[in-house]
Design a protein around this ligand. Structure first.
Ligand SMILES: Cc1cc2nc3c(=O)[nH]c(=O)nc-3n(C[C@H](O)[C@H](O)[C@H](O)COP(=O)(O)OP(=O)(O)OC[C@H]3O[C@@H](n4cnc5c(N)ncnc54)[C@H](O)[C@@H]3O)c2cc1C
Length: 593
């Protein structure tokens, strides 16, 4: 009796790198043995991440460099490249423990899938079998939608109906698409209006799907990576291939180095395993319960959840976060909601807030996660306008006369913003932190974005692209939606608001600890005023900083923008002028966000 020929299901995984609450993997339970083998594949897309490090010796890449449209930066810089590699590897190992695997490939989705179908088809007679299905999860970025269309075309090219092509809804969000009371095109332009349609939030979120308990084996014949690329066989090799082309570029001037005592945060190890650990940590340490009070912090590891990086790669879903919080609130074992948590930790500790229902902190986390849903729905509604200079509002009034890099003076000022040498302490600390670690807090992000778009009057897309390059938690919808919001072309009902970065420093970094942490040359400065506004340093301190040369000197001698703020005296600082909030951007800075 001859063995049955393999019937293969190809799973194209993208930003859904998890076992738990993965609709695509969950659907494998009910396929009535239509497939004998499952081949999970992850594809590094050369438009979004530079792949020349995968080239064989002396080979040339068929793709242009993965650079941004306006500023020409790498689309994916080293922090996220490493993180994504870890996410991919973690899932590969998890699938490996189930007797499966995750095959890594380089190329455009349509090419990789077409090549796989062709290679397997060509060896059908040798027992390679047939691909009978191709599944993937929908992602609503314009490039991701085009990738999906490309894969569909490759599948259909084999013959109409020959291969089942299925696309699953992206369920990494809090609210299921089918539970929305409106079509995406009707999503309100004001977040608060949207929020009201889904409240009470806590009772409106579906149960996550359990992880698969088994998965069919990978097929006997795995199609090879097409030349001129080759795929490393270790995590170290994968990281090296991704980082190889990214070293030492994109930031003109001498290299920025980590100041003594500062560290690149170790929180961001990619993958579902590390991500679930972080959820567990936020609950067991009590940090989730205090989140409402701490979330505007700038320095430290636990003032915010740091979930965004894992969410962006789909290492866990927002539903899973909610479920764990829910169990915590009910006084139950929340670890049961985090299947795949690496170690056996025993019973859950009774940390602050445990068993006491929804509290300010847990409610605030749900609320913030809803912003993520909202920006995703905005991207769905507005499509390509997400990335357009005129933004969602798309009106000619929206051309704020933003400067471009064509003018060398503007270009030089932009580099100052990138390097964190503007002379405005809060901006400089955040920009250095971002460059060196791939992360900076939400409070800092709002400030630096407002500074670029509204004080330096630069095309805000340059900032969005620089963030895309550097952020470990970059997510197209959240990044571009937030940049639009702050730049005043998006869904901020008070689009004219402008942050006062000096006032914000007095409010959120009153001792200047955060700024001194990242801007080493200001560590010797006493008091806060000269730290927040370098041009206000007293004579002796000014001389000391100027003598350090480089970024330190230019920040003091030629600040990019001098911000007027007279409120420091009333807060115990040494500033001149009246009290209270800055002239611009006072109340609006403490909105729903
Ligand atoms: C200019 C700018 C660019 C941004 N770019 C991104 C981005 O590329 N990717 C990204 O995930 N977030 C982005 N944000 C939103 C927010 O700053 C980050 O989600 C947050 O700082 C990540 O840290 P955390 O996970 O500790 O967040 P927490 O404060 O712990 O919040 C919990 C979760 O809620 C969600 N969330 C919180 N605030 C927002 C928000 N304003 N918009 C959308 N979701 C939110 C995130 O998923 C976050 O992980 C940006 C904000 C600004 C102002």
């Amino acid at each position: 009796m001859t063995a049955e020929a393999p019937r293969i299901l190809l799973l194209v995984l993208r930003r859904d790198l998890r076992l738990a609450d993965n609709p695509l993997l969950h659907a494998l339970r009910n396929t009535n043995n239509k497939h004998t083998h499952v081949l999970p594949v992850y594809i590094f897309n050369p438009q979004q991440i530079e792949v020349s490090g995968f080239l064989k010796l002396d080979a040339k890449s068929p793709y242009p460099e993965a650079r941004s449209r306006v500023g020409g930066f790498w689309r994916c810089g080293p922090h996220r490249a490493r993180f994504v590699a870890e996410c991919v590897w973690d899932l590969k190992e998890s699938l490996g423990k189930m007797g499966s695997d995750l095959i890594v490939r380089v190329g455009l989705g349509r090419e990789v899938v077409a090549a796989m179908l062709q290679q397997i088809g060509a060896r059908d007679a040798d027992g390679a079998g047939k691909v009978v299905g191709v599944w993937m999860t929908r992602d609503h970025g314009t490039e991701e939608m085009s990738e999906e269309r490309g894969v569909r075309r490759s599948v259909e090219a084999v013959g109409e109906g020959a291969i089942e092509f299925r696309v699953f809804e992206n369920e990494s969000y809090l609210i299921h698409r089918d539970d929305l009371t409106m079509e995406p095109k009707e999503v309100p332009d004001v977040f608060t209006h949207f929020r009201k349609t889904v409240e009470p939030l806590r009772g409106n979120i579906r149960e996550p799907y359990p992880p698969p308990t088994s998965i069919a084996p990978i097929p006997p014949h795995i199609p090879a990576q097409k030349a001129p690329f080759e795929i490393p066989d270790s995590l170290g090799g994968l990281i090296a291939a991704l980082l190889k082309p990214l070293t030492g570029v994109d930031l003109p001037g001498p290299p920025l180095t980590l100041p003594p005592g500062a560290k690149t945060t170790p929180l961001f190890k990619g993958g579902e395993t590390a991500g679930l650990e972080r959820i567990d940590y936020m609950l067991s340490s009590g940090a989730m319960t205090t989140y409402k009070d701490t979330r505007n912090g700038l320095l430290g590891e636990d003032f915010s959840c740091r979930f965004a990086a894992w969410l962006a790669q789909g290492c866990f879903s927002a539903k899973t976060v909610h479920k764990a919080i829910y169990e915590f609130e009910e006084g139950r074992d929340w670890r049961s909601a985090l299947p795949g948590l690496s170690s056996n930790k025993g019973s859950t500790p009774h940390s602050a807030g445990f068993g006491k229902g929804e509290n300010n902190g847990t409610a605030a986390v749900r609320f913030e996660l809803l912003w993520r849903d909202y920006f995703y729905l905005c991207m769905l509604k507005f499509g390509a306008a997400t990335f357009a200079r005129s933004g969602y509002r798309d009106s000619s009034d929206n051309d704020h006369g933003w400067k471009t890099l064509a003018d060398p003076r503007t270009s030089a000022a932009f580099v100052r913003w990138q390097r964190g040498s503007t002379g405005v302490g809060l901006v400089d600390a955040s920009m250095r932190e971002l460059y060196l670690t791939g992360w900076t807090s939400n409070r800092a992000r709002q400030n630096v974005a407002s500074f670029l778009a509204k004080r330096m009057c630069l095309d805000w897309r340059l900032g969005a692209e620089w963030y895309e390059c550097l952020l470990v938690d970059y997510d197209a919808a959240s990044n571009w939606g937030n940049w639009q919001y702050v730049a005043g072309v998006g869904n901020d009902p008070r689009g004219e608001r402008i942050f006062n970065q000096v006032k914000q420093a007095y409010d959120y970094d009153p001792q200047g600890k955060y700024i001194r942490h990242w801007v080493e040359e200001l560590r010797g400065v006493e008091g806060a005023e000269g730290v927040f506004q370098c041009w206000k340093l007293g004579m002796g301190e000014r001389e000391a900083v100027v003598n350090m040369g480089g970024d330190a000197r230019i920040a003091v001698e030629d600040p990019v923008v001098k911000i007027e703020y007279g409120g420091s005296r009333s807060r115990g600082g040494r500033g001149r002028g009246g009290r209270g909030r800055g002239r611009r951007g006072g109340r609006g800075e403490r909105s729903e966000r």
